[in-house]
Design a protein around this ligand. Structure first.
Ligand code: AHM
Ligand code: MG
Length: 333
């Protein structure tokens, strides 16, 4: 039987990858792994119990309907991170402002997450996911501050996602490649299944909510037209973690552009786009808002949104070229 490497073993073996190599960050990753195992169990039971419906008139920080499982996942992640002692505060899609962890005021890290992305898909039995980003705090010891969370994506120490799909997978990077682990439910462990993940440079798959085509800018429309002219395969789950995971494995481009309805795009920079952009870049791909690298966008507010295009490097480069060619500033030159 081939040797199995569990997530815990792998993290210990790779301690040297972590810039501060003190064991704190590896402890945080293990806590996130633990929370996600419990979330996975609850997601799998969603059809059995009355936990998949919308919570009574709750709305998240962006004014959208919150599902009960979102709240459960949010609470689980917070309590696992509270117990770790390594995290001084969290920010998440489900909380209007950041939440200091009072038991660990001198801890060195903050964690931002979307506890259950794509949750409108729960009732349809479609894959959903957890996304997380870890930063080293910039404030002095004591209660964390907003500036600890408003860091640019390039400052991420580690980032990853958990996909609750046909199997549950945890994929993370600590800035030295991307590795994926599949949950073996029989032993309750994430086992290394996708070592050193690399995104193909070019592919023939594009992923976007094509029903909103008429609301996209002209450059995005032109790029999509080109994909159609080339008879590229169109795939869109509507759960970003699932769409990005497929993009990582098979290559392609995932797009959530600005629309006339949402001029800044829909997806959140700090806990959706930055972590997935770090993963994609670490796997050899690219992530842009059309003009600028996602990881270099200035973070100004917790729930800030951005358009995003990410995936196979050649495809994202071509998209950027179309945006450049069609930008009004270029026409003036
Ligand atoms: P959520 O955080 O409220 O779940 O919304 C994010 C999700 C992403 O997973 C997905 O890519 C996108 O919303 C789909 O939106 P749309 O239905 O507009 O295509
Ligand atoms: Mg989300």
């Amino acid at each position: 039987m081939a040797k199995i490497t569990t997530l815990d073993e792998f993290i210990i073996q790779r301690q040297k990858d972590f810039p501060y190599a003190t064991g704190e960050l590896s402890g945080l990753l293990r806590d996130i792994g633990l929370a996600s195992k419990i979330i996975s169990r609850e997601v799998n039971k969603a059809g059995l119990a009355d936990i998949s419906g919308a919570a009574n008139s709750n709305q998240n920080a962006s004014g959208e309907e919150v599902q009960k499982l979102d709240v459960l996942a949010d609470n689980l992640l917070i309590s696992c991170l509270q117990n770790s002692g390594e995290c001084c505060g969290i920010a998440s899609e489900e909380n209007h402002t950041f939440v200091p962890i009072h038991g660990s005021p001198n801890a060195k890290y903050v964690v931002l997450f979307d506890p259950l992305d794509g949750s409108s898909n729960i009732d349809a039995g479609i894959s959903i996911g957890t996304i997380f980003a870890i930063y080293r705090r910039v404030s002095d010891d004591g209660v964390c501050t907003l500036e600890d969370f408003l860091q640019d994506g390039v400052e991420q120490i580690a980032a990853g996602y958990v996909l609750y799909g046909s199997s549950t997978m945890l994929v993370y990077t600590a800035g030295n490649g991307v590795n994926g682990f599949t949950l073996d439910p029989s032993i309750g462990e994430f086992c290394l299944s996708h070592a050193d993940m690399q995104i193909p440079k070019q592919s023939d798959i594009y992923s976007v909510n094509q029903g909103a085509y008429r609301k996209f800018n002209a450059a995005t429309q032109a790029y999509i037209d080109d994909c159609m002219d080339r008879s590229y395969t169109f795939r869109y789950v509507g759960s970003m973690v699932a769409d990005v995971h497929r993009t990582l494995i098979k290559g392609g481009i995932f797009m959530y552009p600005a629309t006339t309805k949402a001029p800044k795009g829909k997806l959140r920079l700090l806990y959706e786009c930055n972590p997935l952009a770090m993963i994609v870049e670490q796997a050899g791909g690219k992530a842009t808002d059309g003009k600028q690298r996602i990881l270099e966008l200035e973070a100004t507010e917790l729930h800030q949104r951005t358009p995003i295009y990410m995936g196979s490097s050649d495809m994202v480069t071509q998209l950027e070229e179309v945006v450049y060619q069609m930008s009004p500033a270029k026409e003036l030159v």
